[in-house]
Design a protein around this ligand. Structure first.
Ligand SMILES: *[C@@H]1O[C@H](CO)[C@@H](O)[C@H](O)[C@H]1NC(C)=O
Ligand SMILES: *[C@@H]1O[C@H](CO)[C@@H](O)[C@H](O)[C@H]1NC(C)=O
Ligand SMILES: *[C@@H]1O[C@H](CO)[C@@H](O)[C@H](O)[C@H]1NC(C)=O
Ligand SMILES: *[C@@H]1O[C@H](CO)[C@@H](O)[C@H](O)[C@H]1NC(C)=O
Ligand SMILES: *[C@@H]1O[C@H](CO)[C@@H](O)[C@H](O)[C@H]1NC(C)=O
Length: 265
């Protein structure tokens, strides 16, 4: 009930009350307005169809995470270890940071970590995978204001940042949810599908990733996947770029918990 009500609210907000309480999407300042509008309309169309379908249900759908299916990765991305189960699904919205050698126009930008706010999408993943699939491409066009993810009602479930050059950290402990704190390192990656959404300035979607937790991870979280990425890639060269810069991105993070049954000794 909560979720269908939530979806209804976001769909209504988009039609009935358009402007007031929602974060701005100033299309006149958007370099790629067609991408932004297409992403937005794909999102709202799929939400609208869910709201319509929800009206026909006699009882509230239950959000059972065991029903959630992570999209299958591109080539190169290894699957989750056998034995693990999905503990949490979050939409991440933030920036990928890069550094550039400003004295060398042909140098390639280097990744320098990322910072993102995480939003609880577990129920959406379990009930409406096609809505989830459209969220990053929509959300990348909205900058966060007051921890609000564009025109959605998803609640904050954590933050993501780097603690050193190779350690991605996810803090999923909030006043209302205690999911875990997870330092992790990259295990494998695969280029985002060619249909993945570009970002605010036409930047390509960052690769999909499999991260494995390192010592210090809590609550039995073993793996974190970054999938369904939108935007976030650096330009091909450092030409005209400053020494440090950020590229806006969005993605879906899947947190896997349990015991890897392949490392029984
Ligand atoms: C928030 O996350 C928790 C843990 O994954 C989940 O049990 C809960 O259903 C989620 N809530 C929503 C509204 O998605
Ligand atoms: C500039 O960057 C390119 C590409 O990484 C590299 O091959 C070249 O040696 C660099 N030139 C200088 C002067 O550092
Ligand atoms: C989002 O914030 C970045 C950095 O402040 C800014 O360059 C960009 O124009 C903003 N985009 C939107 C859609 O407001
Ligand atoms: C990735 O994980 C697999 C086990 O799932 C392991 O065999 C492989 O060595 C790992 N690769 C890296 C680069 O950590
Ligand atoms: C990376 O992004 C964060 C958040 O916007 C910022 O605080 C930090 O200074 C950036 N780091 C670099 C190296 O640009």
């Amino acid at each position: 009930m909560l979720l269908s009500a939530a979806l209804a609210v976001s769909a209504l907000a988009a039609t009935a009350q358009a402007a007031p309480a929602f974060p701005g999407l100033n299309l006149k300042d958007v370099p790629y307005p067609v991408n932004a509008l297409n992403s937005m309309s794909a999102y709202f169309n799929v939400v609208a169809s869910k709201v319509h379908a929800a009206r026909l249900l006699s009882e509230a759908p239950s959000c059972d995470l065991s029903k959630a299916q992570m999209p299958l990765g591109p080539d190169g991305l290894l699957p989750p270890a056998p034995g693990l189960t999905v503990r949490h699904v979050a939409v991440g919205r933030g920036t990928q940071n890069y550094t550039c050698d400003t004295g060398n126009a042909t140098a390639v930008p280097k990744a320098a970590g990322a910072v993102a706010t995480l939003f609880n999408a577990s129920c959406v993943a379990a009930l409406y995978p096609d809505v989830l699939d459209k969220i990053p491409s929509m959300a990348v066009h909205f900058n966060l204001t007051d921890d609000r993810l564009g025109p959605t009602v998803l609640q904050k479930s954590g933050v993501h940042y780097f603690t050193d050059a190779t350690t991605a950290f996810f803090d999923l402990d909030t006043p209302t949810l205690d999911i875990g704190r997870v330092p992790c390192a990259k295990n494998s990656s695969g280029a985002a599908p060619t249909t993945a959404s570009v970002g605010q300035i036409g930047d390509k979607a960052v690769p999909w990733l499999r991260l494995k937790s390192k010592d210090g991870a809590t609550d039995d979280i073993k793996e974190v996947f970054r999938v369904t990425t939108a935007g976030g890639s650096a330009p091909a060269t450092c030409k005209g770029m400053p020494a440090t810069f950020e590229v806006q991105y969005a993605s879906v993070y899947w947190f896997w918990q349990g015991k890897d049954s392949s490392d029984d000794s």
